[in-house]
Design a protein around this ligand. Structure first.
Ligand code: OSB
Ligand code: MG
Length: 374
């Protein structure tokens, strides 16, 4: 796989509805798209770093400059045989996993297209349909949240996850359970609590939740293990799991019983597969998290979700929940039963709409080898 050049683009996409977590509200996304140009084939990747360093320490500006100054030049100097060879090339750069994943995933995309095989098969997936859940942000009122849940259940989604924080948790869960005693329900705190809140966190046990996601510090495993011993509700870790070693530490210490895998958070498909395998070997189910992705990242999440141990509905849902118009064709759709059908076409099975991307682009830069420029 000779990589001749890499194109970076920043596109702006307003969200159909704002998305609020315990760390803030987002009205629109600044998305970094990466195109790798390999011997006549283009591979696309999406860097899921946010507009701000709030979910993680990475954000779009660190990702852009890390790719431009370090990761891009490092990969352009090599002739890789496979996207799998990316990780060792990137290893001298510490952290910056979302930036790394943006390139690595673009290379997997290119590799699948070169081989004329579906990306999901190249990754080792086995599932032909993906069970879908939704992540619903904090709303202005509980009534608005109940309306949204009503809409998503009617659309067929198989699991509802709500965002919680102090002041928007027990009171809200009570209202949801009063109306829907049986639905598969979970919540995500994005680190809104500490161990001082133990008595409060015990109250979550009454709601028969599938899980509580990332209740404590974003970089913590040890205190989650202490908390898991005190509550019945299964803890799921998101932010704390940066790689397969974290996953092993978390499941072996009992810090969680479920793991959320985000391919960007762990640094790309190679590491995501390792996290998957570690969890599978400990009989810990995983599901695919979301980062308000455009179609490019969304279709990569679909491919990843076909791996065997993705046993729970993920946060991968229909394009129209986020975007007036998505940058892929067709858009991602979800069946009335709450599944995404996986297709057998080469690559992601979706076409990237370059014309629309051009219109949404606010910044564009091409990186080539130093030799080619000389
Ligand atoms: O914690 O899962 C999270 C979005 C941005 C940052 C963090 C998270 C989320 C979501 C959204 O929950 C999931 C989605 O893409 O719908
Ligand atoms: Mg989360």
């Amino acid at each position: 796989m000779k990589i001749e050049a890499i194109t970076l683009r920043e596109i702006h996409m307003p969200l159909v509805h704002f998305f609020e977590t315990s760390f803030g509200r987002t009205y629109g996304r600044r998305i970094l798209l990466i195109t790798v140009h390999c011997e006549g084939v283009n591979g696309w990747g999406e860097c899921v770093a946010g507009e701000d360093p709030f979910y993680s320490d990475e954000w779009i500006e660190t990702a852009w400059s890390t790719i431009k100054q370090y990761l891009g030049p490092a990969i352009l100097r090599r002739n890789l045989t496979s996207a799998r060879d990316c990780m060792p090339v990137f290893a001298p750069v510490r952290g910056h996993r979302m930036a790394k994943a943006g390139i690595e995933n673009a290379l997997w995309d290119a590799e699948a297209r070169q081989k004329n095989q579906p990306l999901w098969k190249v990754l080792g997936g086995t599932r032909h349909e993906i069970p879908c859940g939704v992540s619903i942000g904090i709303q202005d009122t509980v009534e608005q949240l109940l309306d949204k849940i009503d809409t998503e259940l009617a659309a067929g989604y198989r699991r509802i996850k709500i965002k919680v924080k102090p002041g928007w948790d027990i009171n809200v869960l009570e209202r949801i359970r009063a109306r829907w005693p049986q639905i598969l329900l979970s919540c995500d705190a994005n680190s809104a609590y500490t161990l001082d809140d133990l008595d409060h966190l015990r109250k979550f046990d009454q709601f028969n939740l599938l899980m509580i996601e990332q209740p404590l510090w974003n970089d913590d495993i040890y205190n989650h293990a202490r908390l898991q011993r005190e509550i019945r509700t299964a803890i799921c870790l998101d932010e704390s799991i940066r790689h397969a070693r974290d996953a092993a530490a978390a499941v072996e210490t009992g810090a969680c019983r479920i793991v959320n895998i985000k391919v960007g958070r762990v640094g790309g498909f190679s590491e995501a597969r390792k996290v998957h395998d570690v969890c599978q070997s400990h009989n810990v189910p995983v599901w695919c998290g979301g980062m308000l992705e455009s179609g490019v990242g969304r279709t990569h999440n679909i491919a990843l979700s076909t791996l065997e141990n993705f046993r729970l509905p993920g946060d991968v849902s229909a394009s129209k929940r986020y975007w007036q118009e998505d940058i892929i064709e067709p858009e991602v759709t979800v069946s009335p039963q709450g599944f995404i059908q996986v297709n057998d076409q080469p690559g992601t099975g979706y076409r990237v709409r370059e014309d629309l991307i051009d219109r949404l682009t606010v910044r564009k830069e091409m990186i080539r080898t130093a030799m080619a420029q000389a």
